[in-house]
Design a protein around this ligand. Sequence first.
Ligand SMILES: [Zn+2]
Length: 485
Amino acid sequence: MSDFDSPEKNYVRDFVARNREALACVSDSVFYFGELGMQEHRTCELLCSVLEEHGFQVERNISGFPTGFMATYGAGAPVIALHAEYDSNPTNSQRSGVTEKDEIVPGAPGHCEGHNVNAAVLVTSALALRHAMEKFKLRGTLKIFGAPAEEQLISRPYFVRDGYFDDVDLAFHGHILDELKTDYGLIQNASISVDFTFHGESAHAAMWPWRGRDALDAVVLMDMGVAQYREHMRTTMTAHRVITNGGQQPNVIPALASVWWYFRDSTADGARGLFEQAKKIAQGAALMTNTEVQFNVRSAVWPVLGNQTIAEVVQRNIAVIGMPRWTEHEQAFATNLQRQAKVAEDGLRPAVTPLLGPSKQIPASNDAGDVSWKVPMTRVWFPANVPHIPFHHWTGGAALATSIAHKGGEAGTLAIATSAIDFLKDPELVDSAKRSFREATAGTPYRSLLPAEQEAPVHVNEAAMEKFRPLMEPFYVKQRPHFIA
Ligand SMILES: [Zn+2]
């Protein structure tokens, strides 16, 4: 890799080069922990302890999340936040480095997107920056956030609501992909995640059905109501659900039934409007079935908005970093995996992605959205997985503890850390990011979509993780990561 335009950035480059093994160790450790959202106890402890060993002050349990943390280093302005997620997904257990479906533990959760690499990039960027700040006497504060349960869009709106970003000047979010790129403008959709629970009365379904008030009927009627309403939804809106409680056995009329919905749109107001309509439909369903309805918002996130100033800074550094040099073996692995996934067999990407204009908004969401409306934020995508393979499918997990993931993670770390250096060194640049943030958000003031008193659903996935953790433990990485300043 050629030289950067400053000794601080060259230090970051050399830091990443001499800490390759440690980055890979964090990434692989989190991969084999395979912890579901809100149950990332081992992951969280590993990241916190590494940051503490290098002089970060760590606050655990932020916003009441047992697996969330904020680690702080330095003092004064600018305050730069790095944040990332590290949760796995249910039933996504997959051995890494093989090109056939092969579960590590049958039925267990696992990483099949790559949030394990996000965790490694977060920690390595933090350490590279912290040591560069000390060596070059750079003033400023780093705030490193561990964000639980991204797959359920939960934690960051709570962090923002609870004031953790109030003094932050700008933020970086690193996420795995198969490209080295950044983007700006509206990147992802808003989403509101809600449980609707209907309360009725049980009865023997054959003997005295007229005594029963059927909560499952209400769930079914709500489903029909939303289905009818789909004709009138804007084309940017989507709604999807699972029935989380449909009763126990057919001869007992269910007194309790619940359905968990996601309502999405390209704007926060749109998602809010769709949720309001769904509440009316739920009330209608309750009225028809003589039941009562309660709803509980699990989380609610704004669309992700990328900041143009930060993106342009990141892109300049990406041009120097370039793509990892892939070996023939890595290319062959990628092509084989693509064949298995039945996607284009064109291997790993040879070149970084240019920044050609505002992003195209995709219908998925990420709970980083709220951060991006609170402070200027940019997403850095890094090439740690194989192009075109579908996330949340076994092929999405097959490369996640290989050299492809490690090299991609190094590229992501470099892009974040060198760009943060640019802002640490130049207060004008920080002001410029804030100006473009004000322009992009003018007329759309941020207010949380979360109900004010809403508490985080911290017990999600407890039973699943308790069941599988003992079976997954034998596969854990035995070494601890050792970073050298
Ligand atoms: Zn993700």
